[in-house]
Design a binder for this molecule. Structure first.
Ligand SMILES: O=P(O)(O)OC[C@H]1O[C@@H](O)[C@H](O)[C@@H](O)[C@@H]1O
Length: 288
């Protein structure tokens, strides 16, 4: 899919375009500020490239056919993060159909709004706001409790960052934070120094500020800022990629997930009428 999306963009003139690829309906925006591709399924950003830069997000080249979850970009995990008895892993938003509306198209950027095409979950109304410009991509997921009872949610903006080699990347900003290690039955530990990966990693950090992923091989630093989030999830499947048909060992080292989230560490309780906003901001700096 990644190669196909890049080829599609290459051939298109500046403007807003609709295309279908492997059964997924896509909205493609191309302009002087850069490129953005959003899938109707899941209101999922699949591609973001600020002008003059390389893409910031990873997207699988071996997707499962629609309506399977799309591996890459920024899936919305909602209204729960991870496994739950009430439905599929990471909730129902990423496989649902959404209505995408371009709400602003300017020389220096664009903005979009997305709402579910059909109700996704009783009593919960989500709205997604996406803005992209030369400097950053921002996604905001607002959830309103439109029912009569108090409800609890967990969620994540499951960002797949494209990197030169996940084992070379250094993640800064988590130093000293406590985390739950999902690969050790949720054992608690504390992050000593910057984070480096060597094999599979699946952790939920008790952390509510920004992190930076330094990619020396590509000479760049990716900043992942956030709001409304007390959990930062960091994931790469390592050798487990061999069991994921849409990753495989040939793509395993190409990405690192850093997710702004509300998890078991900081679930969000919404009283009737209450609203919560979870947001993330992805930007890039040259030099590492
Ligand atoms: O394969 P999925 O459902 O997209 O999930 C991918 C990963 O997503 C991460 O957020 C979780 O912490 C991992 O445990 C999980 O494996």
């Amino acid at each position: 899919m990644r190669q196909a999306v890049l080829a599609m963009l290459e051939a298109l003139p500046d403007g807003i375009h609709e295309r279908e690829q492997q059964g997924f309906k896509l909205l493609l925006l191309k302009a002087a500020w850069g490129e953005l591709v959003v899938a109707e399924q899941g209101a999922q950003v699949l591609h973001f490239r600020p002008a003059g830069q390389c893409p910031l997000l990873w997207l699988s080249d071996n997707l499962k056919p629609a309506p399977a979850a799309i591996r890459g970009g920024i899936p919305l995990c909602w209204p729960w993060f991870g496994d739950a008895p009430s439905g599929p892993a990471h909730g129902v938003a990423r496989t649902g159909r959404w209505q995408l509306t371009v709400t602003g198209e300017r020389a220096d950027g664009c903005s979009l709004r997305a709402v579910p095409a059909v109700d996704l979950w009783p009593g919960l109304d989500p709205v997604v706001w996406i803005t992209a410009d030369r400097g950053a991509l921002e996604i905001s997921l607002e959830t309103r409790n439109s029912g009569g009872e108090s409800l609890e949610i967990s969620q994540a903006l499951h960002t797949y960052l494209v990197v030169s080699d996940v084992n070379l990347v250094r993640v800064q900003g988590l130093e000293g934070c406590e985390y739950l290690d999902k690969l050790r039955a949720g054992a608690r530990a504390s992050q000593a120094g910057e984070l480096r990966l060597s094999g599979a990693l699946d952790r939920i950090y008790d952390h509510n500020t920004a992190v930076e992923a330094i990619d020396p091989d590509w000479g760049r630093r990716l900043q992942i800022g956030k709001a409304g989030s007390g959990s930062t999830v960091v994931w790469n499947p390592g050798a487990g990629a061999a069991d994921l048909v849409d990753v495989g060992m040939e793509q395993q080292k190409d990405f690192l997930c850093i997710e702004a989230a509300n998890t078991v560490l900081d679930p969000v309780r919404l009283a009737p009428g209450e609203c919560h906003r979870l947001a993330t901001r992805i930007s890039l700096e040259e030099g590492a």
